[in-house]
Design a protein around this ligand. Structure first.
Ligand code: ITT
Length: 191
């Protein structure tokens, strides 16, 4: 089965590709020469994931899925949440976003947060959603060079190091994205 992954985030493609069974051939937006910007106008991850998969399905009529994810910090009433990619500014870098987060949480003792991912799978025009969450805490400073996004400031519950200190396999064994993806793979197996 061929599926388009409607993302322009190469890190997401690498993480997802390595978990998919070989029977599913993944095509990226680059592979299909899709260069239009899809505006994420939803107010939830669910809405944004579906906006992205619907946009690709309606312009290609090919089965596809999209994913939206974010970091939700309790002390900040769930921010950056759905705005995680553009927390510091539109087109901000991961480093700018994590720096802003650490400044917002300066002198804060409640550092609980969770990552959430929602996949929207669009098969023959019908969408199904799958989500995954991992709870943890935000560090006081950036730790580790691996991963991407907010990985260097997030320690999953039950662990002592950030996602950025883990190997890809270690992160994938527990991550929000893997949890959601396993649900989607199970569903695809039932089709
Ligand atoms: P799309 O093309 O798929 O939209 P994106 O990078 O814009 O890619 P999102 O809109 O889903 O991605 O924004 C999520 C942001 O949250 C992303 O830019 C990262 O900074 C952060 N994020 C998501 N998953 C993460 C993970 O596993 N580890 C660290 N940060 C993550």
């Amino acid at each position: 089965m061929k599926l388009i992954f409607a993302t322009s985030n190469q890190n997401k493609i690498i993480e997802v590709q390595s978990l998919l069974p070989k029977s599913i051939k993944l095509l990226s937006l680059l592979d299909i020469n899709y260069t239009n910007e899809i505006e994420e106008t939803g107010i939830t991850l669910e809405e944004n994931a579906q906006i992205k998969s619907d946009a690709i399905y309606s312009s290609t009529l090919l089965n596809c899925f999209a994913e939206d994810s974010g970091l939700f910090v309790h002390q900040l009433n769930g921010e950056p949440g759905v705005h995680s990619a553009r927390y510091a500014a539109i087109n901000s870098t991961s480093q700018e976003n994590t720096s802003k987060l650490l400044i917002q949480l300066k002198n804060t003792t409640n550092r609980e947060a969770y990552f959430k991912t929602v996949f929207s799978l669009c098969i023959n025009g019908a969408s199904t959603l799958f989500s995954g969450i991992i709870e943890g805490t935000i560090t006081k400073e950036s730790q580790g060079n691996g991963g991407f996004g907010y990985d260097s400031v997030f320690i999953p519950r039950g662990y002592t190091s950030t996602f950025a200190h883990m190997t890809r396999a270690q992160k994938q064994a527990i991550s929000h994205r893997s949890l959601a993806l396993h649900k989607m793979i199970h569903y695809l197996g039932l089709l």
